[in-house]
Every structure is written in C-alpha cells, then in structure tokens.
Design a protein around this ligand. Structure first.
Ligand code: BJW
Length: 262
C-alpha cells in the first residue's frame, strides 16, 4: 500500500491519478458511501427518524420480508422516496466524467455499483452494472412479474398485484443470488482491467468484496477511496482517505484535467 492515509491529496493521489491516466481497462466499484453526500444514509450509519430502532442489515433479507412484509415494504418505500428526492453529488459526476475521459482516450470503462438508488445513471454514467438491483423497480414476490406505474407512495403495505400477491423491490437481499447478467458483466470487466477503484464501500459484502482481490491477482493497480479504513485498505496499491465527493473530483482532475463544468 502506498501512503495517502490521513492525507487528502499528496503523492498517493498523484500516483493513483497517473495509473488512471494510463489505464486501458478501468473498473470502478461503488458502495453506499458515494451516495452519503446526497443524503442517502449508508447501511452502517444509523437510520433516521422512525427507522432509528431498525437494523438495515436485518431488514435486507427474504426472511425479514416473509416474517414482516409490512415493515420491510414500508422501509423500502420510504427509501425509494428518499432516492427520488436525492440529487447526484460531485462524486457521482466525477465518475461519469471519468467514464467519458477513459473512453475518449481509447480505454474501456465499467462502473459496478452495489447501490440501488440510480444516482450514477442520473449523473450521466452510461455503463452501469447494478449488482444489487434497483429500488426503483418492483416485482411480484410470487411470479417475479415486473410492476409498472409505481405511485409516488404506496397506499398500502405491502402493495399488492391485482392477484393479491405482495410486491417487493428488485433488490438483492442477503442469501439471494446476484443478477446473472450483472455478474457476467462484472467478471468480464475484471478479467481485462488494469486499474480497479473501490469507492465508498465497507468491502465486506460478497461477492463484490472479492472483486478487488481478483483485480489484484491479474496485476491491476488497485485504488481505494473511503472516509475510513476498511479490510482492504492495507492491501490496495493506493488508499485515499477522504469523502468521495471531494476525493473523486480531485483524482479525475489530477488524471485528466478540469472536470466538465456543472
Ligand atoms: C464513505 C463516505 C463518503 C461513508 N465518502 N466513503 C463469502 C464469504 C462470506 C459470506 C458470503 C460470501 N459469499 C456470500 C456470502 C453471504 C453474503 C455476504 O456477503 N455476507 C457478508 C455480510 C459476510 N452475500 C450474499 O448473501 C449475496 N448473495 C450471494 O452471494 O448469493 C450466493 C447465491 C448463489 C446462488 C443462489 C443463491 C445465493 C447477496 C448480497 C446482497 C447484499 N444486499 C444489500 C441490500 C441491497 C438492497 C438494499 O439497498 O436494501 O446490499 S446489503 C447492503 O450491503 C447493500 C449494499 O449494497 C451492501 C454493501 O454495503 P456498502 O455499499 O459497502 O455500504 P456500507 O454502509 O457497508 O459502507 C459504507 C462505506 O462508505 C463505509 O466504508 C464508509 O466508511 C464509507 N463512506 N461516507 C467515501 N462520503
């Protein structure tokens, strides 16, 4: 691991930027920290208001939905509304810009996100792989049939299909398989990447938590951007400590020059 701990810029940022500038295959993995500055709470943060006494990691399971569909669907509807109200932040914009810059210089770029909030797409990122699905899409919990025309807020919890089946968000809960296509796209990009960037994730939820190791095994330069230390901080090539809304624009600017105005 090269320096950078406790230093929001400095030689580690410069070296990471140099690796990005040279990168021919860049893969970025994002987690909840990227959306924290859009006021979407992370999983390890305490929830707000009426959700203070609930543990998000216990609500994100099929068992919780089966046992208490009212609470779980109310929680997801509450979060869906928060995501709709949220706006992308400078971290999201910097990643959208990074995609354009890498492509413009003839490289490959893929953004793998564990987030379900759709903010990367709204910031202009084009090639986004949603590993854990999307809170904006819901489906029948029995048939899997997608539900269209969601209201701003559901009138009952759980909301039901005309057949009376509860509907659920198209997100991946603990113990559920990730979407096959998303995983294929992730592994395909990892096989040919020479730079891997992990941003705003606690790096403990698999299979995404294993991606950095796969990238390192194939010789990629690995970069972490996080406000805090994580299990991968000691093994990445460059660990950049700071908020993604601040560090990502600096990293991209340092690699490619001023970010497109916004
Ligand atoms: C900032 C910041 C700022 C804050 N700037 N940084 C191998 C080993 C051990 C266990 C397993 C294994 N393989 C599978 C498992 C089991 C399990 C697992 O990983 N468990 C672990 C807890 C040990 N994995 C699964 O069950 C997965 N399924 C699976 O593998 O299926 C196999 C299968 C195959 C075939 C058939 C059936 C099954 C599924 C995992 C699904 C995770 N789902 C959730 C919920 C999604 C829906 C929802 O949104 O509610 O995904 S859980 C939650 O964790 C969510 C997140 O995407 C995910 C990761 O969290 P993330 O993004 O890292 O957020 P936080 O809050 O943890 O961290 C925030 C970070 O940001 C912190 O580090 C902060 O410091 C930082 N930060 N502000 C920069 N401004």
């Amino acid at each position: 691991m090269a320096g950078g701990r406790g230093n929001p810029g400095g030689p580690a940022l410069e070296a990471a930027a140099e690796a990005l500038r040279r990168g021919r295959g860049v893969v970025v993995l994002t987690g909840a920290g990227v959306s924290a500055e859009s006021r979407i709470p992370t999983f390890r943060d305490a929830m707000e208001g009426l959700w203070k006494s609930f543990d998000p990691l216990r609500l994100a399971t099929p068992e919780a939905f089966a046992a208490d569909p009212v609470t779980v669907s109310r929680w997801y509807d509450f979060r869906r509304k928060k995501c709709l109200e949220a706006q992308p932040n400078p971290g999201h914009w910097a990643l959208a810009d990074l995609e354009r810059r890498v492509r413009a210089s003839g490289g490959r770029f893929r953004l793998l996100t564990q987030n379900v909030d759709g903010l990367h797409q709204r910031a202009g990122s084009e090639d986004v792989v949603e590993l854990h699905g999307s809170i904006m899409r819901w489906r029948c919990s029995v048939t899997g049939e997608p539900v269209s025309g969601l209201p701003e807020q559901f009138a009952e919890y759980p909301a039901r299909t005309p057949d009376g089946h509860a509907i659920r968000p198209c997100v991946v809960w603990f113990g559920e398989a990730l979407p096959e296509r998303a995983l294929e796209e992730a592994y395909e990009a990892l096989e040919t990447c020479d730079v891997f960037v992990s941003v705003g994730t606690s790096a403990v939820v698999y299979p995404a938590a294993g991606f950095v190791h796969l990238a390192a095994q194939r010789g990629a330069t690995t970069i972490e951007v996080n406000r805090e230390q994580t299990p991968i901080s000691g093994s990445v090539s460059f660990s950049l400590r700071g908020s993604s809304g601040e560090m990502l624009p600096r990293l991209v600017e340092s690699a490619f020059g001023a970010i497109d105005g916004r």
